[in-house]
Design a protein around this ligand. Structure first.
Ligand code: FES
Length: 104
């Protein structure tokens, strides 16, 4: 199992609920929703649109281009036109640091 990697700080979320980071060369969108942090690959599986500016609704992010929805926890595609999941990452907070690793 891969180790957690520090990708951000809790302080990075003072002015926004989202942050673009990289994990092993993969563009990742880190989101702060309620009390939880989620990390998902920042590429829609339908046609490659970054999900960066997608609205968050009911635990899902909506692709700004054609409206596919992805579950923030599992990455599952919840509606057309996307059919494949986006990759997600396990997130932990330790001492104000945000760490992530690929879901096993
Ligand atoms: S590129 Fe995301 S729904 Fe089409």
């Amino acid at each position: 199992m891969l180790d957690f990697e520090e990708i951000a700080s809790v302080d990075d979320f003072k002015e926004s609920d989202r942050l673009e980071v990289f994990i092993d060369d993969t563009p990742v969108l880190l989101l702060h929703v309620g009390e939880q942090y989620f990390a998902i690959e920042d590429v829609c599986t339908h046609d490659g649109q970054p999900l960066t500016d997608g609205c968050i609704e009911d635990g899902a992010i909506i692709c700004p281009r054609h409206g596919a929805r992805f579950d923030l926890q599992s990455g599952k595609a919840l509606c057309m036109p996307a059919t494949k999941p986006v990759r997600t990452f396990e997130v932990e907070v330790r001492d104000q640091k945000i760490l992530a690793r690929p879901q096993s």
